[in-house]
Design a protein around this ligand. Structure first.
Ligand code: ADP
Ligand code: MG
Length: 227
């Protein structure tokens, strides 16, 4: 009975998410539809066109982010397990995130201390978790700043510290972190941290957060090392 109850709950969660994700996707899609229609029906100045294109790009990015956050969560069963070298994986993630960081005037420093630690896990999910957390750090510094990532071996674990000097969180915000749809951003999905916690759990790891409003935040990720 317990088992079937749990399955039922899971199904309910999934269908709840499916419904709300499709609902949230409708907004950006309708907005893009509106702009395309406008541009088809009227002659606009180049400046106006650029303004419309920028809005559409923004909406497309928001929709894409939503799908990405959601899809990872909807596939909770781990895919391929691989031996991942933490330092190399973080370097790959930074390649993806650097253009975004530059655009937001954020410098990312990676201090790996020559750490060679490996963990066992699904590469795509490990990346997704890091991307969600690092992106939040970038978002927390609207005027730019420095984001520091430190890798430390602490046998039998490896620690990844992700530190920003951004807006920080109040006690209440900290408590709600990871709650589905909790977001303080105008275009936030409030799914990124929930997904990250879920992935950390799948990787037998843990996420701890220290934050001070107005000062910044440090995420400490801890995973058992493999081999
Ligand atoms: P989203 O980024 O779409 O808002 P997340 O689940 O990724 O959703 O994050 C939820 C909320 O947690 C954010 O809206 C923000 O208020 C807070 N948060 C997460 N990371 C940080 C951070 N590094 N600094 C300050 N606030 C953060
Ligand atoms: Mg986020």
């Amino acid at each position: 009975l317990l088992n079937s109850l749990m399955k039922h709950e899971k199904l309910e969660t999934v269908s709840h998410f499916a419904a709300s994700v499709s609902h949230e996707l409708r907004n950006p899609i309708q907005s893009i539809q509106g702009f395309v229609q406008l541009m088809k029906d009227h002659e606009y100045s180049r400046d106006k066109q650029i303004e419309f294109y920028d809005t559409m790009l923004h909406e497309i990015t928001a929709a894409d982010q939503l799908i990405e956050d959601y899809l990872v969560f909807a596939k909770p069963v781990s895919g391929k397990l691989e031996l991942l070298q933490v330092k190399m994986e973080i370097q790959q993630v930074l390649k993806v995130l650097t253009p975004y960081a530059n655009w937001e005037k954020v410098t990312i420093n990676l201090i790996d201390g020559g750490c060679q630690a490996k963990i066992m896990g699904d590469r795509q999910k490990f990346h997704q978790m890091l991307i969600n957390i690092i992106r939040n750090g970038i978002d927390a510094m609207p005027d730019g700043g420095i984001l520091t990532i430190r890798i430390k071996e602490k046998a039998p674990s490896v620690l990844i510290l992700i530190k920003d000097e951004g807006c920080g969180m109040t006690k209440e915000e900290l408590q709600r972190l990871g709650e589905p749809y909790f977001s303080t951003k105008s275009k936030g999905t409030g799914l990124g941290m929930m997904v990250s916690y879920s992935i950390a759990h799948q990787l037998s790891g843990e996420i701890n957060v220290q934050s001070e409003k107005g000062r910044g935040t440090v995420f400490t990720l801890e995973f058992p090392t493999a081999q």
